[in-house]
Design a protein around this ligand. Structure first.
Ligand SMILES: Cc1cc2nc3c(=O)[nH]c(=O)nc-3n(C[C@H](O)[C@H](O)[C@H](O)COP(=O)(O)O)c2cc1C
Length: 218
């Protein structure tokens, strides 16, 4: 072993714990947040998890806007309401009735919102040359790290994508080369659901492994 090699070995119990955190993570929406600010130590742990994510060419193309201001939240919520009204029309009959009953954001109920941007600085990046979208994928890796760390701290996080990204960019004064990847709502909760809410409400079922894992070819 050289000095730069990492000798840390994990145990099966560590893997079990990691799996526990993954399977107990939930998308948390406004119906479950409680009104209590996130303390800075825990917030820093979540942001630290984000910036330790892998990124194409180690480009670290992520940027985070922390939002607590009610006026800004209101503008984002307005964008959500508009987009959600449009989205509802895409579902028909019972599906639309159910859709209209869903709570699909927690912008006001969550004490902290975080808008996560991709900073496309237009420079060539090692590894991104054939698949430019890997820059965006890197930001998604950061968001997943945040989601898992938040759950490990018993903090709920929800991803809101029913918003107009260009409107959000303008509200947050983001420069032209920034792309909104995720709008996240974070806060302590009155508890986490055991299953995805959309599964509990019979909106979707979890897919079976045999239907999505293939050997060698499809
Ligand atoms: C990219 C992405 C976008 C999402 N957008 C929304 C959203 O706009 N509103 C919402 O309520 N949930 C949103 N979700 C949460 C999913 O609905 C949720 O992850 C899924 O139903 C599985 O539930 P679970 O996360 O609790 O396991 C989003 C999740 C992802 C990964």
């Amino acid at each position: 072993m050289t000095a730069i090699e990492n000798e840390r070995q994990f145990q099966q119990s560590d893997a079990n714990l990691l799996m526990d955190i993954m399977t107990n993570r939930r998308d948390v929406r406004g119906n479950r947040f409680i009104d209590k600010p996130i303390n800075d130590k825990e917030l820093n742990q979540i942001l630290d998890a984000a910036i330790n994510a892998p990124s194409v060419g180690f480009s670290q193309p992520w940027e985070f806007v922390l939002i607590r201001d009610t006026k800004i939240k209101q503008q984002i919520k307005d964008s959500f309401d508009q987009e959600n009204t449009n989205a509802s029309k895409l579902f028909i009959d019972d599906r639309q009735t159910t859709y209209n009953l869903l709570k699909l954001e927690g912008i006001f109920e969550a004490p902290l919102n975080i808008a996560v941007f991709y900073n496309d600085d237009q420079q060539p990046v090692l590894g991104k040359t054939s698949m430019p979208e890997t820059g965006l994928y890197s930001v998604v890796c950061a968001i997943q790290n945040m989601w898992l760390m938040a759950r490990a701290l018993n903090i709920g996080m929800g991803w809101v994508s029913i918003i107009n990204p260009e409107e959000v960019k303008s509200i947050l004064k983001a420069e032209e080369n920034k792309k909104l990847v995720g709008y996240l709502c974070l806060g302590y909760t009155k508890g986490f659901l055991k299953q995805p809410e959309l599964e509990l409400l019979h909106w979707e079922k979890r897919k079976a492994s045999k239907d999505i894992i293939f050997n060698d070819t499809y």
